[in-house]
Design a protein. Sequence first.
Lengths: 78, 324
Amino acid sequence: MRIQILGTGCVRCNQLMALTEKAIKELRLAIEIEKVSDINEIVAFGIMSIPALVIDGKVKLIGNVPSLTHLKEIIKKG
Amino acid sequence: MLIIFTKLADLIVFDLFHMPADSRWSGSLHFFIEDVTKIFFLLVIMIYVIGLLRASLNTERIRVFLQGKNRFFGYFLGAGFGAITPFCSCSSIPLFLGFTQARIPIGITMSFLITSPIINEVAVVLLGGLLGIKFMIIYVIVGVFAGVIGGIFIDAIKAERYLMPLAEKMKEESVKLQGFEKQKITFRDRQQFAKDELKTIFSRVWKWVFVGVGLGALLHGFVPEEFITNNLGSGQWWSVPGAVLLGIPLYSNASGMIPIAESLLTKGLPVGTTLAFMMSTVAASFPEFVILKQVMKPRLLLFFFVMLLLMFTFVGLILNLISF
């Protein structure tokens, strides 16, 4: 599984990053989170609100920071 | 229904603290308690309800909708969508680029970007609750028209000439949207979304409410009415452009601004001046310009800035003339 966080470093992007790290730790998964902050790359995903969560190349969340439980569910589903 | 918050403030200030009804401090405290409780109540309910409705709406869908639309309707649609989608200034660059990439005219994108911070559920609810329905309607109409006129103007000066290379490149590229998954939305998802929204918006906004209501309360208790009407009344033509200029460095969001506007209005500041001040604090801000600098050349930024300034001043003056 490959997880990417798209964001240019705004407050909410950092929140999502920290939350995802926490979720992965609590789920006991060994996944590296990749941070995508280049605006060209972000736009290439077809999204326009940041932050966004991408799992295996698929956009799962756009523009909002979910709760920890919700985020865990998303990651579990893959 | 909202009278219970006045009663609550009465109860605390006069019955619990036994403060005299005519003192400045009791006036300020009363304003503070009434507004903070009322605003928090309205915010929680409205953000949640609107979150439920908005779970299926996002800018990605809007882009598809706006693509290839008739230009004239495009401005209205752009501004209209700007009004109903949430806005976070950190998203304005990806949004700008994304719209450009889809070959949506830059004017329509600007209509969206101008209206979006002005009109949002928080602003509308607070305006309706604190200043009344009439003021709310005027605010919404002015906000949409500001976006439409701004967009038309930007296209009229052929603003594509003044885009930064980054944005220009986007225009050349064909749109290839990858990996965007369409998901079915159940009612449970909606509730989840609404809950998340409530948490994020509330945690961002509550401190602004305190600051805004605090300042509003001090104004309410300590600034005499004659001071405002004599010095900033509609007789002084310069008060409107002055308010607009003053609003620019005061970067705030609507939730902090509205309690201040409420206080100023009840003190006799004319409607047009109040509105112009509000719009300029919310819509034109330095952080926003710094962000837009990445995609616009300085000249376009300057045009944009001057245009907002003139527009808000003009609206303010007209409203003061009609003064209802």
